[in-house]
Ligand binder design. Structure first.
Ligand code: ADP
Ligand code: MG
Length: 298
């Protein structure tokens, strides 16, 4: 599609911003170090609205814009990550549902994300809502995603991010069994730490029974509001408790971040110069900087 360029199209109009962002996304930035083998990170927190999807989509986009090849696996029946990446996820399209329930190869449902050279998405359709129940009587019901990933040739992929639903049900357990790394986004607000214990207990259980290599490698503080003392108190508490696992970069609360999905874009391209995009860029760079320390995934 050719967009008409009129003198009125200043950088402040949505079209001009999108055009500008698209140029950045296509040309890419400087190349960051890539891991020696594919890193698989599950993005989990059973609380809804803490920034799991936003984090999955924007870390993936930032890494892809800097030379990495990245796959986002959408494991939430709501399909928010698929929406944010503008990947079709209407009921019936090949999706993660087919992978988990019908044992379709992962490669058969992966779609390229438009505007990026090496960003891919395995979409979630609403059919996945039924999988939580359909999986119950199945053999190795907790390991179906892990098996699918084991059969997927990830030699051309540097990072896989698995975006979890807001629960600790079978879908999230599948994600925890499938990845060596867990990334927990924590929202900087009062109830942030409530429920974290339950998540950590679930991770421990999965580690002892199903995935001995599992560890929480990354915590990201999200929706930080620098105007409130509470936000800095929560951030301090998380850092005291979890130490160096917590990324130094903190994601601020930013309107641009919340607008981006309705344009089918990560904030990284929707408004690359916004505070939210710059923070995700810094967080992604930190994540890439930790490549050498990470255990090689299988
Ligand atoms: P989750 O996947 O954990 O449910 P989301 O990533 O969908 O959380 O975020 C919840 C809501 O908050 C979404 O509407 C999203 O656009 C918005 N949001 C996420 N991060 C930010 C941020 N840093 N600033 C403002 N809004 C945000
Ligand atoms: Mg989500």
């Amino acid at each position: 599609m050719v967009l008409p360029v009129t003198p009125a199209a200043s950088a402040d109009t949505p079209i001009a911003r999108a055009a500008q962002a698209a140029v950045v996304a296509r040309s890419g930035g400087d190349a960051w170090p890539r891991p020696s083998s594919c890193r698989v990170l599950t993005i989990a927190n059973q609380k809804g609205g803490v920034g799991k999807t936003t984090t999955a989509v924007n870390l993936a986009a930032a890494l892809a814009m800097h030379g990495s090849r990245v796959l986002v696996v959408d494991l939430d029946p709501q399909g928010n990550a698929s929406t944010a990446l503008d990947v079709d996820h209407r009921s019936g399209v090949p999706s993660v549902y087919d992978v988990l329930v019908e044992e379709r190869p992962l490669s058969a449902v992966i779609r390229p994300v438009e505007g990026f050279t090496h960003l891919y998405c395995a979409p979630a359709s609403i059919d996945l809502a039924g999988a939580e129940i359909e999986l119950v009587p199945m053999v190795a019901r907790e390991s179906r995603l892990a098996r699918s990933l084991a059969g997927y040739d990830a030699s051309n992929i540097d990072y896989i991010f698995i975006d979890c639903p807001p629960s600790l049900g079978l879908l999230t357990v599948n994600a925890l069994v499938a990845a060596p790394e867990v990334l927990i986004p924590i929202q900087c607000e009062y109830y942030a730490l409530e429920g974290l214990e339950q998540l950590l207990r679930t991770i421990d259980l999965v580690r002892s029974h199903l995935n001995p290599g599992l560890s929480v490698t990354t915590i990201l503080l999200t929706m930080y509001d620098s105007r409130t003392r509470l936000a800095s108190q929560v951030a301090d508490e998380v850092r005291d408790h979890f130490g160096s696992v917590v990324l130094r970069s903190v994601i601020p609360r930013s309107v641009r971040v919340s607008e981006a999905p309705s344009y089918g874009q990560p904030v990284m391209t929707y408004d690359a110069g916004s505070s939210g995009a710059l923070a995700y860029l810094a967080a992604a760079k930190e994540l890439a900087g930790r490549n050498a320390q990470m255990p090689a995934s299988t």
